[in-house]
Design a protein around this ligand. Sequence first.
Ligand code: 2P0
Length: 327
Amino acid sequence: MQRVTARAGANIALIKYWGKRDEGSNAPATPSLSLTLDQLTTTTTVTRLSGASQTIRDTFSINGETLSGKGADRLRRYLDLWRNEGLIEGPFAVSSQNSFPTGAGLASSASGFAALATALAAFSRKPLSKRLLSQLARRGSGSAARSIPGGIAAMPLSDDPAAREIVPADEVPWGMVIAEVESTPKAIGSTEGMNLSRDTSPYYTAWLATARRDYKAMLGAVKALDFTAVGELAEANSHAMHACMVATRPALLYWNDVTLRVLHELARWRKAGTVEAYATIDAGPHVCLLARREDLDRVLNLASKLPGVARARINLPGPPATVLEVG
Ligand code: 2P0
């Protein structure tokens, strides 16, 4: 086997991961639960390079542009992890295509590392269970673990957690409208931001306790397919995470004026009975609007008309990460 192509969807957490329990193994300090998206995807082709790893180095590209510096170092270290575990051997060329902006707070590292891990697993010298694959994806990026099972996935708190499927994609009666309000790379990345929050935010400890409570409640709400409970919990959990972020020093203020405008409009829609949708926001200004499948067109219409929303698109629940082609 010389070449493998795999695809994974980004996922948006309904219970957020913010904080690390252990940086070495990238084990999160909060349990998390997410919805994988079918339209925001990364497609990654991994090609074996002939020659010894001592003389030939891995190469990386995203959307046709060669990656160097810190980005390439992070990916090379990730391949080293697989080589050190005896799972793969030799150097590789990794080429990824994202269907959405990279590094703008839209979970590109989740789909990116999930697609990469899935492709590498096809080269693996040992069989890998889904659980181990999710753990390995997590070592690349915490949120990537949840893109392995797809649908609604949950990752509990433990020393070496994996995400597991809670509801398969086609049984999830909800979807999301992603309202993109900006697409410039963020100033402070998630990993650095989490460390700053842990070290300086007066609300970090309260956030960790809130996340545990919300996660338990969310598991029950999701299993009961109780949309209102899921939406209210997701929105409150996202706001609690951002409160912790804003209180970080220096402040991690990921929202902008358009973000706030969308939140206020959304509250008006709910109050007026226009549509029942809920917001969740990651480490960026974009607003992800959770709605019942039958309401997604209406939410799209409403969100697209808001001044400052650059683009809005509907995402249905996405499938597990998968191998597309082996050659
Ligand atoms: C999440 N985020 O649960 C949360 C919500 C951002 C806000 O997971 O350091 O890129 O690579 O493990 O996965 C972003 O963090 O961080 C993230 P690393 P990751 O989706």
